[in-house]
Design a protein around this ligand. Structure first.
Ligand code: KIV
Ligand code: ZN
Length: 402
């Protein structure tokens, strides 16, 4: 399907930033092979845009964005850049192989950031934002602008900057609640106000952090007020308390379609595989009571609940575990397991194994199963990564052990 950046009425674009904002959180850094693995699962999941990284940040980030741009074709690939020519030009180079690309450039608009971090005036910021967006637009057609710390900015000034960047060529206006300070009504009102005040043809986007535990609620309030893109991460990973969780936004829009009147292209049955793949790749577990993808998200302990669910699941279940791709029968893999069971588990984990890889992976699996009683999901992910990029994976493991 062709990647379309203009959503139709009621359709919300899903912009995944697991590999950029998510990766910025402690313990979440990934090497290129790992990022590629996640990017392929994001493609299978059906997200519209993958923010693959921040190319100026490091050689590794540049390479990861470039590899994803080369190899992942259906979603649009975005790269982050500060409002600085060198950042923007580097992002454009990393994105050059992409079939569909987007430069995402940002500049703070709150007085706190302008005074203490950037040490520039409002006028400087206004000029710089418009000038950098025009430069980015000379390199790439699709430009997203984010006024960092938008929710603590003076609203009049915020709209002035947004109007200037639209006139300079920005096609998406992303409104970050950078420090997770906003509340749903307030954030929804801000989105509505911007839509009314800023003239032009653009998509408005929500980007919410979870410092007060409100990131998903704020994102949904934005959707109710006309946002047609949501920025989010798998398992809600991200700076500090994280970003809005993709799986929660997607399922809320689906289960409460009556309320939000919004649809998206995500394949819901790929949500659990994506969550598992990310958590095993990063090496940390999803909290058991995490909505949608936690181990206990569908578990009923109390007798009265069990009785109700057995009589009719509708008593206590607003969605089924199968609908988010959570398998109900967990086969244990060991030395007696065959190829079918192994391929089945790879699929459940969101690992897309090509037929020409099966023999080599099965041989690795049998060797491992000879040494260990049980082969865990983490072992299978490592197996695929080392099979595909032996050097890179071993370097990364060594770095994490230091
Ligand atoms: O939270 C934030 O402000 C960001 C911007 C770079 C969009 O992540
Ligand atoms: Zn952010």
């Amino acid at each position: 399907m062709e990647n379309d950046v203009k959503p139709s009425a009621g359709h919300v674009l899903v912009f995944d930033t697991t590999l950029r904002d998510g990766e910025q959180s402690p313990g979440c850094s990934m090497n290129t092979a790992e990022k590629l693995l996640i990017a392929r699962q994001l493609e299978r999941l059906g997200v519209d845009i993958i923010e693959a990284g921040f190319p100026i940040a490091s050689v590794g980030d540049f390479e990861a964005v470039q590899r994803i741009a080369q190899e992942v074709h259906r979603p649009r690939i975005a790269a982050l850049a500060r409002c600085v020519h060198n950042d923007i030009e580097t992002a454009a180079r990393a994105l050059a192989p992409a079939r569909h690309s987007r430069i995402h450039t940002f500049l703070a608009t709150s007085d706190i950031h302008l005074t203490y971090k950037l040490k520039i005036t409002r006028d400087d910021a206004l000029r710089s934002a418009a000038e950098c967006v025009a430069y980015a637009r000379s390199l790439v057609e699709d430009i997203q602008f984010s006024p960092e710390d938008a929710t603590r900015s003076d609203v009049g000034f915020l709209c002035e900057v947004l109007q200037a960047v639209v006139e300079a060529g920005a096609t998406t206006l992303n409104i970050p609640d950078t420090v997770g300070y906003s509340a749903p009504d307030e954030y929804g009102r801000l989105i509505r106000h911007i839509r009314q005040a800023v003239k032009g043809d653009y998509v408005i986007s929500a980007h919410c952090h979870n410092d007060l535990g409100l990131a998903v609620a704020n994102s949904l309030a934005a959707v109710s007020n006309g946002a047609r893109q949501v920025e989010c991460t798998i398992n809600g990973i991200g700076e500090r308390a994280g970003n809005a969780a993709l799986e929660e936004i997607v399922m809320a829009m689906h289960v409460r379609q009556d309320l939000f009147g919004a649809t998206c292209s995500v394949d819901r049955a790929q949500l659990y595989p994506a969550s598992q793949l990310l958590s095993h790749t990063l090496g940390f577990n999803v909290q058991p009571n995490k909505a949608i993808v936690g181990r206990n998200a569908f578990a009923h302990e109390a007798g009265i609940h069990q009785h109700g669910v057995l009589s009719n699941p509708l008593c206590y279940e607003i969605m089924t575990p199968e609908s988010v791709g959570m398998p109900q029968d967990r086969l244990v893999l060991g030395k007696h397991s065959g190829r079918h069971a192994l391929i089945h588990r790879f699929n459940e984990l969101g690992l897309d194994v090509a037929s020409h890889e099966v023999d080599a992976l099965y041989t690795r699996f049998t060797h491992l199963a000879d040494r260990k009683k049980k082969v865990y999901d983490q072992d299978l992910i490592s197996m695929v990564l080392t099979h595909r990029a032996p050097v890179e994976k071993s370097v990364n493991v060594a770095a994490r052990q230091q």
